[in-house]
Design a protein around this ligand. Sequence first.
Ligand SMILES: [Zn+2]
Ligand SMILES: [Zn+2]
Length: 257
Amino acid sequence: MRIYPFFSSSSGNCTYIGDREHGLLIDCGVSYTRVKNALEKAQIPMTAVRAVLITHEHSDHIYGLKMLTRKTAIPVYARRATLDYLANKGCILSEAHDIEEETEIDGFHITAIPTMHDAVSPCAYRIERDGKNCAVCTDLGTVTSPVEEALRGVRTILLEANYDCDMLIHGLYPYELKERISSYDGHLSNTQSAEFAVYLVKNGTEQIISGHLSQNNNTPGCAREEITQTLLKNGLEEGKDYMYKAAEPENDFYFNW
Ligand SMILES: [Zn+2]
Ligand SMILES: [Zn+2]
């Protein structure tokens, strides 16, 4: 099984988890055409996509959902309040399924993990198959104990590293927006992400992809520097204790999990 962070930034998110026969999309925050092209480039047929799981209703996670469900009839899974919100906005034109805490889709065992973020019912997803697992955890302002608990021991994770604190403070965003991003229900900074990464690697995580980087307040280099250096200060070495990659807004790399 692989995890492909096809699109990952504040302007559009879509991750594929699976292989060429079956898999899941997590979020559809870019146009249907861009998702279709990314799958084609990775030689994954659209028919392999068994479901699209939505983390929350912000446009960088659902922008292409309406067209995806119109063109392909791929079923949508999300937590109840998110589904209701999206259905009311007319964004779902295929079957919609309420994802409670745990759901089984075509051999994938999925756990929805509630997160602290300013959306109706946001969550992260942990996915298991054949005794292996991975997770997608973006859009959270705070790493709560239930999030820590649910992600402990996950082998591979796409983890948010949204902003570099200095870039956000000294950047051009209005004060209110800076406050929103850095609040308890906003986004994770590189510093917060690094602290959580230490906990994760100490508890068995072997592969980390930093994702959902802000294009105005972060760079893959900044995220990498802070996260790998923090891990190193805690005795954890890249290439030996864990593998690391910071996602660009658009990617064609993948990790096996
Ligand atoms: Zn969001
Ligand atoms: Zn987002």
